[in-house]
Design a protein around this ligand. Structure first.
Ligand code: FAD
Length: 270
């Protein structure tokens, strides 16, 4: 079993979840719950199986080759575009202090497993909520935002009370009262992804085009992945990091030259 890793980010993105207005802010929390036990050996065995006459079942654990040699082989395979063996190693993260707006984007990534806090089984009378940095930085916007949240909390409470008066309680009341909850509502989710999907997720969500909150999550997850399995994740991140150019055309952020500028007309079909 690998040591549990935890990383919190507050300052970079200013993400904030607040329990009513009088509670101290909490931020994005990402904790690595578990990952494949021998990731380098497992990846090496899977890659080697493709090219060796022997059986991984006999050789994988007996292989005493150093980590450097394994890492070099994995890097070479990845450079060649051979990616499917990366699916054998997975990471499981516990995530909290994020909005429902974030998790709605996260669960669009289909090659993953999710377990999310239920809005049916959990009473959200005093739900926490995420305040975007653009709003925390502006007192007038912040006041408006917090008034909206307070009004929703009042409405949610009122619905629960009225359901109760009709004898509808617990999950039966929560499941319909939740229809008034905002996308800002704080949520918690456990997600498992294999390395291939993680790299794809980072390609999309570490990009400047990605929405700020999911980008903060992706960058935090990437930092953990790099710490645990550098040979696989050292070139992880927005697609431009690996390509050396920006494939986003007119949406590019300017950090890298555009694909056309680097590849010329040949780049059109790439
Ligand atoms: C900047 C940005 C803006 C976005 N804007 C919108 C938007 O306005 N509206 C919207 O609806 N979504 C939007 N999305 C979400 C986007 O369309 C994808 O749903 C999401 O990013 C998941 O990507 P994916 O499908 O590649 O990944 P995953 O589901 O993680 O799949 C990984 C890869 O597996 C393969 N795959 C998975 N399932 C299938 C399948 N059924 N058939 C064939 N191949 C498959 C594909 O190669 C895919 O790239 C946006 C995403 C980004 C990053």
């Amino acid at each position: 079993m690998n040591a549990i890793n935890s990383l919190q980010s507050f300052a970079n993105y200013g993400t904030m979840a607040r329990k009513r207005c009088d509670m101290p802010p909490i931020g994005l929390q990402v904790k690595l719950l578990e990952m494949s036990e021998h990731p380098l050996a497992l990846l090496y065995a899977a890659y080697r199986q493709c090219y060796a006459a022997g059986w991984a079942g006999d050789t994988a654990l007996a292989d005493t080759g150093g980590d450097e040699r394994k890492a070099a082989f994995i890097r070479e395979m990845m450079r060649s575009g051979h990616e499917s063996p990366l699916e054998h190693v997975k990471f499981t993260f516990a995530i909290a202090g994020v909005s429902r707006a974030l998790t709605h984007q996260l669960v669009r990534h289909r090659i993953a497993s999710y377990s999310q806090q239920s809005q049916r089984y959990v009473d959200l009378t005093n739900f926490d909520y995420i305040i975007p940095p653009s709003i925390t930085g502006d007192p007038a916007l912040l006041r408006e935002f917090e008034q909206c949240m307070a009004a929703i909390q009042r409405g949610y409470r009122e619905l629960i009370v009225r359901f109760q008066a009709k004898g509808v309680v617990g999950a039966a009341a929560h499941e319909d009262a939740r229809f008034v909850l905002p996308q800002a509502a704080e949520t918690k989710i456990v997600v498992s992804m294999n390395c291939r999907e993680l790299l794809h997720f980072f390609n999309q969500r570490c990009c400047q085009r990605a929405q700020w909150e999911i980008r903060a999550l992706a960058e935090t997850m990437l930092a953990i992945c790099r710490e645990k399995l550098l040979p696989v994740f050292e070139r992880g991140g927005a697609r431009c990091e690996g390509l050396g150019y920006c494939p986003e055309g007119k949406f590019g952020c300017g950090r890298y030259p555009l694909k056309e500028e680097v590849l010329g007309a040949e780049g059109d079909g790439v």
